[in-house]
Ligand binder design. Structure first.
Ligand code: SAH
Length: 350
């Protein structure tokens, strides 16, 4: 069975010719597929061709398993994949347009201590089609168009590199969603070789780097990936990414009480960024940690957070505290899926 939703127009053309149909059908089919249509909904595709497609192809669309709507309009989805895996996505309404936060893997093997996505390890990586389908399904469900995509849901995008790059190229396609790189962000825990490879793809998307600590000792403790790619290596890859793409880098920093949220931590963070990335446009995105019940991480109080921001700003480092959209519906990656696993009596490796 061929996954036709992961194909670009020229691959789909080959496929359509291969099943004995005319070339122009490929464009029709592509347009339907990328509206999120099922075979039944494709009104100008002949029945014979649909029969061949049903026999030879699959459209691995995700299905809504559960849905939560926040008072602020944010919608959180638990989707079920064709093979029964669960993944999560979040639909957010911003002034600059609707944004979907997409998962790139079912589970994750990076092992960040504060993150719920990693609790049951990695089940599998998602195909480009399954990443697209999260957006198409959210569009259909809300009846609204999505104009921005952030690959910041479950999983480590650079641990599923080829599919994520394919997904971004399909997002760019004018016969599909036609979303430009400026409206796409990809978030990584810091796989250095992949950051370098990504810089050469000609896809100037915003890179978000999950830093979460100002020193290697602190980062080692909460992010196992740091033992392989310590902070200095990571920041030099960020510098190369900026030099090649011209895109500002955004750093994610989850504020965890007593671990990384003190004034001294803010001072160290400012010094770290300024000395390693002199003159580079950067932005620090502070996220008061979202406590997960399996771990004992808490957020500090508002005053601590405000002090942290001030300390960074006084040292010339641009920082904002992330607005908490969907705070009332557990809209933090991995939490719904972890709950589903628990309900189904599946073991979790905690
Ligand atoms: N694997 C990618 C995407 C992960 S999710 C990465 O590591 O960047 C997107 C962001 O949410 C990351 O910065 C991640 O570290 C952060 N995050 C995960 N769990 C969190 C939690 N419980 N509280 C706050 N931020 C969290």
């Amino acid at each position: 069975m061929t996954d036709i939703l992961s194909m670009n127009v020229s691959e789909l053309t080959e496929f359509v010719l291969g099943i004995g149909e005319e070339k122009y059908r490929a464009k029709q089919l592509y347009t339907w597929l990328h509206k999120g249509a099922s075979l039944d909904e494709m009104t100008n595709i002949p029945k014979k061709m649909k029969e061949k497609l049903a026999e030879k192809a699959i459209i691995p669309a995700v299905k809504i398993e559960e849905k939560f709507v926040s008072a602020d309009g944010t919608v959180k989805y638990l989707f079920k994949c064709y093979d029964g895996e669960y993944i999560e996505s979040v639909f957010m309404r911003y002034e600059h347009g609707n944004t979907v936060c997409v998962s790139s893997q079912a589970g994750c093997r990076m092992g960040c201590k504060f993150c719920a996505s990693t609790l049951n390890g990695l089940k599998r990586s998602l195909n480009a089609s399954e990443m697209l389908s999260q957006i198409y399904t959210a569009q259909k469900d809300t009846g609204e168009r999505v104009s921005n995509v952030v690959i910041m849901g479950m999983g480590e995008p650079f641990d599923n590199y080829d599919n994520v790059v394919r997904f971004i190229r399909l997002l760019n396609d004018e016969n599909g969603l036609n979303i430009g790189c400026r409206h796409i962000s990809v978030s990584t825990c810091g796989l250095v070789e992949k950051i370098d490879r990504f810089a050469d793809e000609g896809l100037p998307v915003t890179l978000s780097v999950s830093l979460h600590a100002p020193t290697n000792a602190q980062r080692d403790e909460i992010m196992p990936v740091n033992r392989k790619y310590p902070i200095e290596l990571l920041l030099s890859a960020c510098k190369r990414y900026f030099e090649k793409t011209g895109r500002r880098i955004s750093f994610e920093y989850a504020l965890i009480d007593g671990k990384n949220n003190g004034e001294a931590d803010a001072e160290k963070l400012a010094e770290l960024l300024k000395s390693n990335l002199p003159g580079m446009p950067i932005h620090v995105n502070l996220i008061p940690v979202n406590p997960i019940k399996e771990r004992d991480f808490r957020r500090g109080d508002r005053i601590m957070t405000e002090k942290f921001v001030k300390t960074l700003e006084n040292r010339g480092v641009n920082a904002t505290v992330r607005r908490r959209l969907g705070a009332d519906i557990d809209a933090s990656c991995g939490q719904l899926r972890a709950r589903k696993y628990e309900e189904n009596g599946l073991n979790s490796k905690i």
